[in-house]
Design a protein around this ligand. Structure first.
Ligand code: F6P
Length: 553
């Protein structure tokens, strides 16, 4: 049950944080580091193979105490328990959010409506195991009896970003003979480019859609089917080449997928939390089921940490509260995700959906408008590349975007001195963001170059870097299935913990529906000359008219 609505900004704990922020407004992190040689140890913690250094934040012990007090006042420990217990925490869709059940490797039962769901979860994992084994061992072959060489996953949103991230993150674990492709966009160029490089005889299509009514996925599936039928395949052979994952099996059957080729998922799994379910099949096919189970076990150890660890040492809670601190008390409305790992370059895109679809909300779970900021803009990209692009704004821009720097201690590919250089780049960025460069330091540097005083005067202020910009550093030994599982689960729980503080439903996404509804009417008006082209606002009418007059194919 949702807790009774207490106005967040009226809480004593909130007011105490406002006052505390005022006292911190002129403090520089340089001073905090100078005053306390133990600051790194003080603000460093580890769990489930992930280490977090959060010492380069605008915080003191008092800050963390006040944030923890706010979390307790918002009943975060009780709400964490409510999620694991299977309470109806998705209040607008009237269901629990039980992605933790998908990686529950304990013997504990988890109930929905009085039914233990773990037997279904385990049975599906066993079916996945068998399917993956049959494909990888070449028992299950294409229509001309050749082993599969390519898997094409068709899906979008959570039925795309999570599996794609995990597949890419674990590339070193891929099966040598099986390539994996993802088609998501309704832009025909996406599927065209994928189909161009594959052979229908040796391609397996996975149709991934929880609802099985997502326009992009269904349209792309029709194209894949037609392509298959026009390139040697037949209706009878579709069963060998098309497999679906969905919570709506009848819709998949009606669409033409054989019943025995349908893997289940459930209403209690949110799309953006579904990579642990059979939606993870493309990943499991490429990395193998043992590795997929290791991914689950990494997530499970983060789950146990989130559930059982006091808030003060709880990694997802610490990250969540730091986000609240900057978003609600320092005026920040963005957060950067900067993986210093080529294989993890898809992490910002996945976390964009996870976080922004979950916490991009403007009413509380009771429907009251909020008067405080909720989820931030999530952005980012791979380091070190970003250093030569958008880091300039982090260092000298006027907006405050805290950043998570994420880096493994070991690389899968020890090439020359690359990993030490990459690591040095990562640390130098967090250090530069924290300490900045004073005008005096800038002047000293310019004078050392032998520049005349007027040049020193002219350039010095441009070279000042304010510093005091917060960052977290997340480390792990290597991007293995376990650590990748733990890392993604860490961000899932961070997102939920923030949603609890902001009192929003982190598991619905009504905001995306309006565009879908309007899109249907617009499509009709674009395509049917008998439908009136006008009737809405002048901008939309004008653009529809433009399309009608100039679009030719
Ligand atoms: O439009 C948003 C959304 O509903 C996401 O939440 C979801 O991950 C995505 O669409 C795909 O939905 P489905 O798996 O039902 O095709």
């Amino acid at each position: 049950m949702a807790k009774a609505s207490t106005h967040l900004t009226q809480l004593d704990e909130w007011r105490a944080l406002l006052e505390h922020q005022a006292s911190m407004a002129n403090v520089h992190m340089r001073e905090l580091f100078n005053q306390d040689p133990q600051r790194f140890q003080r603000f460093f913690t580890e769990a489930a193979g992930i280490s977090l250094d959060y010492s380069k934040n605008l915080i003191t012990d008092d800050t963390m105490d006040l944030l923890m007090a706010l979390a307790r006042r918002c009943e975060l420990p009780q709400r964490i328990e409510a999620m694991f217990r299977g309470d109806t925490i998705n209040v607008t869709e009237n269901r629990p959010a039980l992605h933790v059940a998908l990686r529950n490797l304990s013997d504990d039962a988890i109930e929905v409506d009085g039914q233990n769901i773990m037997p279904d979860v385990r049975e599906t994992l066993a079916r996945m195991e068998e399917f993956v084994w049959r494909i990888r061992s070449t028992q299950w072959r294409g229509f001309s009896n050749k082993p599969f060489t390519d898997v094409v996953s068709i899906g979008i949103g959570g039925s795309f970003l999570g599996p794609k991230l995990v597949s890419a993150s674990l590339k070193p674990y891929w099966h040598g003979q099986l390539n994996c492709h993802y088609v998501a966009n309704i832009d025909g160029s996406h599927i065209t480019e994928v189909l161009r490089h594959i052979n229908p005889e040796t391609t397996l299509f996975l149709i991934q859609s929880k609802s099985f009514r997502t326009q992009e996925t269904l349209e792309n599936t029709k194209v894949a089917r037609e392509w298959f039928l026009h390139n040697g395949g037949s209706e009878e052979q579709i069963g060998k080449h098309f497999v679906a994952v969905t919570a709506k099996p009848q819709a998949a059957i009606d669409f033409g997928i054989a019943e025995e080729n349908i893997f289940p998922m459930w209403d209690w799994v949110g799309g953006r939390y579904s990579l642990w379910s059979a939606i993870g099949l493309p990943t499991a096919l490429t990395i193998g089921m043992d590795n997929f189970r290791s991914l689950l076990s990494g997530a499970h150890s983060m789950d146990r940490h989130f559930r059982n660890t006091p808030l003060e040492q709880n990694l997802p809670v610490i990250l969540a509260l730091l986000g609240v601190w900057y978003g609600n008390f320092w005026g920040s409305d963005a957060h950067a995700i900067l993986p210093y790992d080529h294989y993890l370059r898809g992490l910002p895109a996945h976390l964009q959906q996870l976080d922004m679809e979950s916490n991009g909300k403007c009413v509380t779970q009771h429907g009251d408008p909020v008067d405080y900021q909720t989820g931030p803009i999530i952005w980012g990209g791979a380091g070190a590349n970003g250093q030569h692009a958008y880091h300039q704004l982090l260092h000298q821009g006027t907006c405050l975007s805290p950043a998570d720097f994420i880096i493994p201690l070991q690389t899968h590919n020890p090439v020359a001195n690359h990993h030490a250089i990459l690591f040095a780049n990562c640390l130098s960025q967090t250090q530069a963001l924290m300490q900045g460069k004073t005008e005096a330091e800038a002047r000293t540097e310019l004078e050392a170059l032998g520049l005349p005083p007027e040049e020193v005067n002219r350039l010095a202020r441009h070279k000042v870097i304010p510093g005091n910009k917060p960052s977290n550093t997340l480390l792990f030994d290597r991007a293995t299935p376990r650590t990748v599982g733990a890392l993604i689960a860490l961000y899932e729980h961070k997102t939920y913990a923030q949603g609890v503080i902001w009192d929003v439903d982190s598991f619905d996404q009504w905001g995306v529906e309006l565009g879908k509804q309007l899109g249907e009417g617009i499509l009709q008006r674009l395509q049917s000359p008998t439908t009136p082209g006008s009737g809405s606002d002048s901008s939309t009418d004008g653009l529809i008219a433009l399309f009608r007059s100039r679009h030719h194919n």
